[in-house]
Design a protein around this ligand. Structure first.
Ligand SMILES: NC(=O)c1ccc[n+]([C@@H]2O[C@H](COP(=O)([O-])OP(=O)(O)OC[C@H]3O[C@@H](n4cnc5c(N)ncnc54)[C@H](O)[C@@H]3O)[C@@H](O)[C@H]2O)c1
Length: 422
């Protein structure tokens, strides 16, 4: 193994693609992760992140340019350490920085002069300076002089191919000007465009603005979808038509609710921090309320659709198509499909599902069932996530009843009496 120049703490959806990016540029990388199974998988060249296929990872591991370790001592030789660890919410929906801060303590014990530490985990403004810096400073080293500390938000969008880690511009804000300079030089080695801001707080808030922007706009169109339902107007047609305006409008699609690690969680990091300043972020709260209600609205729609065929939810067989939180990935985090399964079961429905990216849902005691044979056997098919590679027209033809939350059946769907759309 080549001596690592870069250490990445957290080998998940963010850390592994970033590690790949450095390794492909010929820069030796070590990934540090507490999950021994993940570490072993990487060292065998096996990937659990769809954006880093095994045929890409394998040769990087074989050539000794990328490896993984469960031991924090692996960071000691690196010139730069990137932290890409989870930043969840606690049970009472407050920021839970415990993972990032415990990692900072491990790094602080090993920090040596000349190293750069860059935090990439999404978090509230002030985390880098107020929470991480004091821990690293316990090493006795001085920031901006002996070591360098910056925040640089990750913008990865799992499954996206048109924008990669390398081609997506990277925002960087250091604790001091020297920290910014050092962090920019580090990322410029592999990323096409690096945009510096004057502080880590500005960089932290940039990421939250991006996520809140999406959450609020999705909530807007989700609210409109509920109104359209009452008015018997096809919301998809309206969104598509508005999207023809070449300026001043950006298209967002309605859906069964927000999923993934980011949108359902990150905005609340800011609303929590805002309270310290006697400030209430009402857009964030309202968007959260509308988006969190969507699985309930979808449940109601399934119930009305079954009713139209003189069936009750209780005892009906409902088959969900797509349970991952978005198309063409297997990520289940905060997926609205999981909420929908719960709601359907609470009402006594018999639930099954098909998802080419999710073989099993052990917590629900379910496994993916082939579409052939299941579609025409059930009372209702609900398209929750529209993965590609499924012929939705054929599915709609075969099924007795379809509730389509993604417009997968398109305009033809609406013309078909047994297809209900969001
Ligand atoms: N996934 C995305 O699309 C995305 C996009 C932009 C930003 N982010 C942000 O990036 C951060 C990381 O997200 P992710 O999706 O990569 O998470 P992830 O859950 O996929 O990966 C995190 C990894 O950290 C490991 N880990 C947990 N505790 C550890 C510890 N103490 N020491 C070392 N490793 C530890 C876990 O085993 C896991 O492999 C989050 O703050 C997230 O909000 C994620």
């Amino acid at each position: 193994m080549k001596k690592p120049e870069v250490a990445i703490v957290g080998a998940g959806y963010v850390g592994l693609p970033l590690g790949r990016c450095f390794a492909e540029a010929g820069i030796p990388v070590v990934l540090v992760d507490v999950d021994a199974q993940r570490v072993a998988a990487i060292n065998r060249g096996e990937s659990y992140v769809e954006d880093v296929p095994a045929d890409v990872l394998g040769p990087l591991v074989d050539s000794g340019i990328l490896r993984a370790s469960t031991d924090y001592d692996a960071v000691v030789d690196a010139n730069a350490i990137v932290v890409a660890l989870p930043t969840p919410l606690s049970a009472n929906r407050e920021p839970d920085l415990s993972i990032v801060l415990s990692a900072a303590r491990e790094l602080g014990k090993r920090l040596r002069a000349g190293q750069l530490v860059s935090l990439e985990s999404t978090t509230y403004p002030g985390t880098t300076r107020e929470e991480v810096l004091p821990i690293l400073a316990e090493s006795g080293l001085e920031v901006g002089k002996d070591f360098f500390l910056a925040f640089s938000p990750e913008r990865i969008d799992p499954g996206r191919e048109d924008w990669t880690v390398k081609t997506t511009p990277k925002v960087v804000g250091g604790v001091t000007p020297a920290c910014t300079e050092r962090a920019c030089a580090f990322y410029e080695r592999v990323i096409d465009t690096v945009f510096s801001v004057s502080s880590p707080e500005a960089a932290e808030l940039t990421k939250l603005l991006e996520n809140i922007f999406r959450s609020v706009n999705i909530a807007l169109v989700n609210e409109l979808a509920q109104l359209c339902d009452r008015m018997h107007v096809d919301v998809w047609e309206v969104v598509e038509a508005a999207g023809t305006k070449p300026f001043g409008f950006m298209s967002f699609k309605p859906g069964p609710g927000l999923g993934g690690h980011c949108l359902p969680v990150d905005p609340f990091y800011l609303s929590w921090k805002a309270r310290e300043f006697d400030f209430y972020t009402e857009f964030i709260e309202l968007a959260g309320k509308v988006n969190e209600n969507m699985p309930y609205f979808c449940m109601d729609k399934i119930s009305r659709a079954l009713n139209s065929q003189e069936k009750a939810v209780k005892g009906s067989r409902v088959h969900l198509v797509g349970v991952a939180y978005k198309a063409d990935v297997g990520d289940l985090r905060e997926s609205p499909a999981l909420k929908l399964i719960e709601l359907l079961r609470d009402e006594g429905a018999e639930v099954s599902y098909h998802d080419p990216h999710v073989a099993d849902l052990p917590e629900h005691g379910l496994s993916s069932v082939d579409l052939d044979g299941s579609v025409d056997a059930v009372d209702c098919v609900a398209i929750v996530t529209a993965h590609s590679g499924i012929d939705y027209g054929e599915l709609a033809d075969k099924a007795k009843l379809v509730v389509d939350f993604r417009n997968a059946t398109g305009r033809n769907g609406s013309a078909n009496g047994h297809v209900w759309k969001l």
